[in-house]
Structures are given as C-alpha cells and as structure tokens.
Design a protein around this ligand. Structure first.
Ligand SMILES: [Fe+2]
Length: 401
C-alpha cells in the first residue's frame, strides 16, 4: 500500500479569484515586507476587500533570514490573538513553510516546533480552526504542496537548517496564479527553476520514488527544460511563467511524495554555512550528485535506467541507445541549461573562496550527514564521498568515483 498526498490545486491566469469561493471570511496573511513592497500583498488584499473578507497581515517573516523559529513564534502569537478562520501564506518557500508552522501551532497552541514531527497524530486534524491556503510567489520550492517545513535554528551555536514534517501539514489549497511570479528577475527565475529540477531529478532517483511521484517529476523536468530559457530571456512571457509555476508545484508533489536526496542534503548545508540561496545551492550540486549516483557500484540501483528513460522520452537519444551513455547525456543537458541561464556551476562560481571552503568543510560535511534527505539517496555516501563531491563541485570536475 502506498499514498500520494497533495492539496486541492487551482492554477492558471486568474486562479487567485477562486479564493472568494473558499469558505471563511477572517483571513490571516503570512508574508514579509518585500512581498508587501512589491505590491503582491495588495493584489490579494484588494480582492479580499472586494469579496467582503476581513484580513490582518503578519509581515514579520525575515526576508534575510529564511524561515526561522523566532519569526514563527511571533506569527503564532499574532495568529492566536486575531483568531482567523483562514490562513493565507503568500510568498516564497520560507514564507509558506512559516505559514504552515504557524497554522499548526494556531490549531494546537501547546505545540512548539519540535512537536511538528511525523509521530504526532494530532496533526492529522489540522484545519478545524482555519483553512490553510498557500499562494507561491516564486516558481521553485514546492512548499505550497509539501508536508515538510525547513526551519533555520541555532543548535550548539551553529545555524542549522532543520526539517520538520508531517502529512497533516499539507495545506488544503494551493493557488498558483502566474501574476505573482511574473516580476521575478532572471537570476531568481533561474535559481528557483533549478530547485524545480533538483526536486524532480532527486525525486525520480530517490529510494522513496513511486509511480505517482515519478509522473510529476518527469513532467516538471519536461516543462522546465522547455520554459525556463523562455522565462529567463523574456520575463514578460506569461505562458512561460504559467508553465514554470505549474512545473514547480508538480515537482513539489513529486519530491514531496518521493523525497529528495543528497543534492538537497548538500544544498541545505551549503545554504546554512555560506548563505547561498536554496535554488543556487541545490542546482549547483545537481550534476555532481547525479554523476555520483550513476556511478553506484551496486548494480541493483536503477539510477542509470531512470535517467536513460527520461533522456529517451524527452527525445535526447534513441530508444536503442545504451542506457549509460544516455544517462550521461542527461547530465550534459543539465549543464547546458545551467550555461544557458548563467547559473553558477561550481562552488567557486558561487563566490566561495578556497581558504574559507577548507576552513568550513568539516562543519559542512557534518551537516550533510545529519540532513534527513541523506537517508533517501539511492547511493549512500561515506564521509569521504561527501567530501570529494564537495571538492569536485568546488573545482568543477566531473565525478569519477
Ligand atoms: Fe528544494
């Protein structure tokens, strides 16, 4: 027996108008000051006023310090005092994750972050006080549909990205309106799209992959290869924006149900140590962790078959071609797309200095090991493997071990 979890999804031009039909008229909006300044909160609040719904905005999610415990606890208190029947998360992944955590702690005020874990059955009952609606403003994280929350916490004096997760944290509605990501600058468009690819490729190869998640991951990859170059070069192209927005959510459903693996372990750790954006961090590692999995000495591993099937289905090779060769063509295609959208391909490109890299390497590797995504990898890395992947990614060398 297996499960596939997801919210109701409303997508396409004008999707935000559907919120009028969702019952509830006292809305608590979780966002940040940037989203307000960019005018996105106003798009939503103008609609709420038109529909006669009340609202309060909590803009206390720090834009420069992703989803963190202090902001969430402040949001929880504000939410409890406002007592809404609807919570709307409006923003990128950190804001949506914060909104999901605030929702859970509003429903169960006695809960702290440590209670948001898969072993707490009460969380299956979320939604009794408020309906949770996510409205992503970027096209990448998939946080609008996932059961996970990535929170920055200080543990043993080290800033650490911790994952909390529970199936009950999946929002009831995800509203994907391309009006919100339409203003993303090209660099952010590329970074978030590589998060989509990292979710999809890792979701396809992870040890939790399944046929439903595979379908979502496959389609998200197809859409991203087609529409990212268009959205990057022609940001006003709404067809490309709409399709990238859908791709992000498909990938979210894919990796949310199939799980991400070591690209995300390394990406989370890089983000925590060097404050590199999540999309850049996981996208940068994608070719390296792909090559590492394709070289798995365990012949029962299906990574080569999975990558090859994808390459053949996307028309990058003939069906009769050798699987190993095609799997490597797929990795080359990822690198070509990185070049096409001026994406950093090495840790050096990302601005990390060698002496700083050497100094922080052990701390970084320790975080990689602690990350829950590591256990989902089709090939289990040793400490030396993680170290060498990081060193190769610093220099831009193809993985050969
Ligand atoms: Fe991600």
């Amino acid at each position: 027996m297996w499960f596939f979890y997801g919210p109701n999804i409303i997508y396409g031009d004008g999707a935000v108008d559907y919120i009028e039909q969702i019952s509830g008229d006292k809305c608590f909006i979780v966002t940040d000051k940037n989203i307000e300044e960019l005018g996105m909160a106003k798009i939503l609040t103008d609609k709420l006023e038109k529909w006669g719904k009340q609202y309060e905005i909590f803009n206390g999610i720090s834009a420069n310090r992703e989803c963190n415990e202090e902001d969430i606890l402040k949001g929880k208190e504000k939410c409890i005092s406002y007592a809404p029947d609807t919570i709307l998360g409006l923003g990128g992944g950190s804001i949506l994750d914060s909104a999901k955590a605030i929702w859970a702690m509003y429903e169960f005020p006695e809960f702290g972050l440590d209670d948001l874990n898969p072993f707490v059955d009460d969380l299956y009952d979320l939604g009794k006080k408020a309906t949770m609606i996510t409205i992503p403003t970027t096209s990448g994280t998939g946080a609008d549909v996932t059961w996970a929350i990535v929170v920055t916490r200080i543990l043993n004096n080290i800033e650490t990205k911790c994952g909390s997760a529970h199936k009950g944290l999946i929002p009831q509605f995800a509203v994907l309106d391309p009006i919100f990501p339409a203003e993303m600058p090209p660099k952010l468009t590329a970074a978030t799209a590589f998060d989509v690819l990292a979710h999809s490729f890792e979701g396809l190869a992870s040890s939790y992959r399944n046929e439903f998640s595979n379908a979502m991951c496959f389609k998200a990859i197809e859409l991203t290869f087609k529409y990212l170059p268009i959205a990057y070069k022609d940001p006003k192209n709404m067809e490309a924006r709409d399709n990238m927005h859908q791709a992000a959510t498909m990938a979210g459903l894919g990796f949310g149900n199939g799980q991400a693996h070591i690209g995300h372990s390394m990406g989370h750790s890089l983000g925590a140590v060097y404050h590199i954006s999540h999309g850049h961090a996981v996208g940068l590692f994608l070719p390296y962790v792909s090559q590492y999995c394709l070289l798995n000495p365990d012949e029962t591993d299906k990574s080569i078959e999975i990558y090859a099937k994808l390459g053949k289905q996307l028309g990058w090779a003939k069906w009769a071609d050798d699987n190993k060769k095609v799997a490597n063509i797929v990795v080359d295609k990822i690198k070509e797309l990185q070049k096409e959208v001026d994406f950093p391909m090495t840790l050096k490109d990302a601005g990390i200095q060698r002496d700083d890299f050497d100094k922080k390497l052990d701390g970084f590797l320790s975080l990689c090991f602690q990350d829950p995504c590591t256990s989902m990898s089709p090939r289990s890395p040793t400490f030396e493997d993680f170290k060498n992947i990081a060193i190769y990614a610093f220099e831009g060398k193809d993985i050969d071990f």
